[in-house]
Design a protein around this ligand. Structure first.
Ligand code: MG
Length: 352
């Protein structure tokens, strides 16, 4: 904020000087500098301008200058037709979160599981995901293309088809991050199921896009990063692994697993987290949220909160019946929405 104010004041001063220098008519000298005329968002640097293309360096996500960074923002809800949150796959909510929440990161959770998903309605779901991706690119933010499935290794050809299209379309955009498997279930085995699937998808994407970040899921709803750490994927650059937590359910045990993975050299990216229980509902677990926020700060973990939603459940950032097209105000936010807004507002940074 201080930086912006200095830039705004400097711009205003330059504008005043410029006006005086370019015209012979005597302009009244203002006793104080006028307020900036343009929108603050047009003066401030976008996340892409600030950080550029992302890489993985050791166990950190780094920017184009090699600095470790953390991004922070929001995940959309399942895009499935009939789930009620399709209407929020729009540019207005991306702009609102960017301007009002200082979000640098978005996640298009393209449903690729259950009814009304990419599996049976590919065009509609692809369109929704692209609405969010295009809006994020437009405003210079980062965006995760998430194949939102619990069973993706059972139909890898669907994922291959999806990511082939997306890599061709967005592979030259530094904004885009590929998340190839949201949450494998505990019935999926890393070595038998998830690792071979991930290798196939990485190979597919890398044949088209040599460099954008790819994020890999792990068994047990993307919690068993310690198991992955013993047998990571090798031979490719810019591979990170996701860890998902829900503050009302998860605590020390999952933080310990995450530290094992970090110590083994894995870069961890929190593509989904909640303030509430793992089923997406319940009250905000304030104390646990605070512990998790400190943990993410300590380890420089980028994060996207679940969810951009007005469904009647604890995880939603909007209250039920809130407009899905905006404009939005403070009174539209749930308890979770208010807590998360503060975290997201302060979450994007260069780490020590
Ligand atoms: Mg690329």
């Amino acid at each position: 904020m201080q930086n912006f104010m200095s830039i705004a004041l400097l711009s205003a001063a330059i504008m005043v000087l410029g006006a005086c220098g370019s015209a012979n008519i005597a302009a009244p000298v203002p006793s104080i500098l006028p307020p900036p005329i343009s929108n603050p968002a047009t003066n401030a640097q976008t996340p892409i301008e600030r950080f550029g293309a992302l890489s993985v360096t050791g166990n950190r996500i780094t920017d184009s200058q090699g600095r470790p960074i953390a991004l922070s923002g929001m995940s959309h809800f399942w895009s499935n037709t009939g789930y009620g949150q399709e209407g929020l796959y729009n540019p207005q909510v991306v702009q609102y979160l960017s301007e009002n929440w200082n979000a640098s990161l978005f996640r298009a959770a393209m449903g690729a599981d259950e009814k009304g998903s990419y599996l049976d309605e590919p065009e509609a779901n692809l369109k929704r995901a692209q609405n969010v991706v295009d809006a994020a690119i437009e405003i210079g933010a980062y965006v995760i293309l998430d194949f939102h499935s619990h069973h993706a290794h059972e139909y890898p050809e669907k994922a291959v088809d999806f990511f082939t299209q997306m890599a061709k379309k967005y592979g030259d955009k530094p904004n885009v991050i590929y998340e190839i498997y949201n949450e494998p279930l505990d019935s999926a085995d890393w070595a038998r199921d998830v690792k071979p699937y991930s290798q196939r998808l990485i190979s597919t994407i890398r044949a088209i896009d040599p460099d954008n970040l790819i994020i890999v899921g792990s068994p047990r709803w993307s919690q068993d990063v310690d198991i992955v750490a013993k047998d990571p994927i090798v031979g490719y650059d810019n591979i990170a692994y996701t860890m998902h937590f829900y503050a009302g359910t998860h605590g020390d045990e999952l933080r310990a697993k995450t530290e094992i993975a970090l110590q083994a050299g894995l870069a961890i990216f929190v593509t989904e987290w909640g303030t509430i229980n793992a089923n997406g509902d319940g009250d905000v677990a304030h104390e646990s949220v605070e512990k998790w926020t400190k943990f993410m700060d300590k380890h420089c973990l980028s994060n996207a909160n679940w969810a951009v939603s007005n469904k009647a459940e604890g995880a939603s950032m909007f209250k039920p019946d809130t407009s899905q097209s905006g404009p939005w105000s403070e009174s539209d936010l749930t308890e979770s929405g208010k807590v998360v807004r503060e975290i997201v507002r302060n979450g994007t940074r260069i780490c020590e």
